[in-house]
Write a new protein. Structure first.
Length: 227
């Protein structure tokens, strides 16, 4: 993810970085972190650990991180007395996988160094919510209020969407792939078809299906290596 800006917006985005680092998707890939957080993923962890794991947090004080979590984080909470944080929701790998998609064959030509924006436009439920926040409505009044409230809801849903990108494939330089975690299974099902409607050249499948295929592939490789 690109460096976050300064000021109030930086703390807001840092809160999101911490939530993403403690997300279900992260725990599925980072078993060492899951061991630290315990079987249900709700043990407290030192803020200093997150600072080491997330470079964008390195120059912030514990007080700044606590402020970011207090005012801008929804899925993690502070320890009442120590500089520690934990997930609010317990971790269930089976339930989490049901909310995830694997998306492949994404064209990232021209954005190989940082395909974040390409992934976001394709995979976020509401990739254009920020533009609606700044759109002028001549009628003003309730229409403007409605649009702002709607945009805030969209922003919240976007923030609960975790994208784990993997740049490009060695064999196909301009194609990327990634894993995506959504807030609910229902949203994941909706997004499967919405992603294809945005770009029908990509491949989309439930994470559960992808993991099964990956397991079968690794098993075949293991057998051929020992044959």
């Amino acid at each position: 993810m690109p460096d976050v800006p300064s000021g109030r917006q930086r703390l807001k985005q840092c809160a999101q970085l911490m939530e993403h680092h403690l997300s279900d998707l992260q725990l599925i890939f980072d078993k060492d972190l899951l061991n630290i957080l315990g079987p249900d993923g709700t043990q407290y962890i030192d803020l200093s650990y997150l600072q080491e794991a997330i470079p964008a947090l390195g120059d912030l004080t514990a007080a700044q991180l606590r402020r970011a979590i207090k005012y801008d984080a929804k899925d993690i909470e502070l320890h009442p007395e120590s500089d520690m944080v934990r997930r609010r929701r317990s971790f269930s790998e089976m339930e989490a996988v049901d909310r995830m998609l694997f998306v492949d064959d994404i064209d990232i030509g021209g954005h190989e160094e940082d395909p974040t924006g390409v992934f976001q436009q394709l995979l976020l439920p509401y990739p254009d919510y920020t533009s609606r926040l700044t759109t002028d409505h001549p009628g003003g009044g309730s229409t403007q209020d409605y649009e702002n409230e709607s945009s805030k809801d969209h922003e919240a849903i976007n923030q609960q969407t975790i994208i784990r990108p993997y740049g490009y494939k060695p064999t196909r330089f301009f194609q990327g792939f990634c894993y995506v975690e959504f807030a609910s299974r229902e949203l994941s099902l909706q997004m499967s078809s919405k992603i294809l409607s945005r770009n029908n050249s990509v491949r989309v499948m439930p994470m559960k299906q992808w993991r099964k295929l990956e397991s079968e592939y690794l098993s075949l490789r293991s057998k051929s290596a020992t044959a």
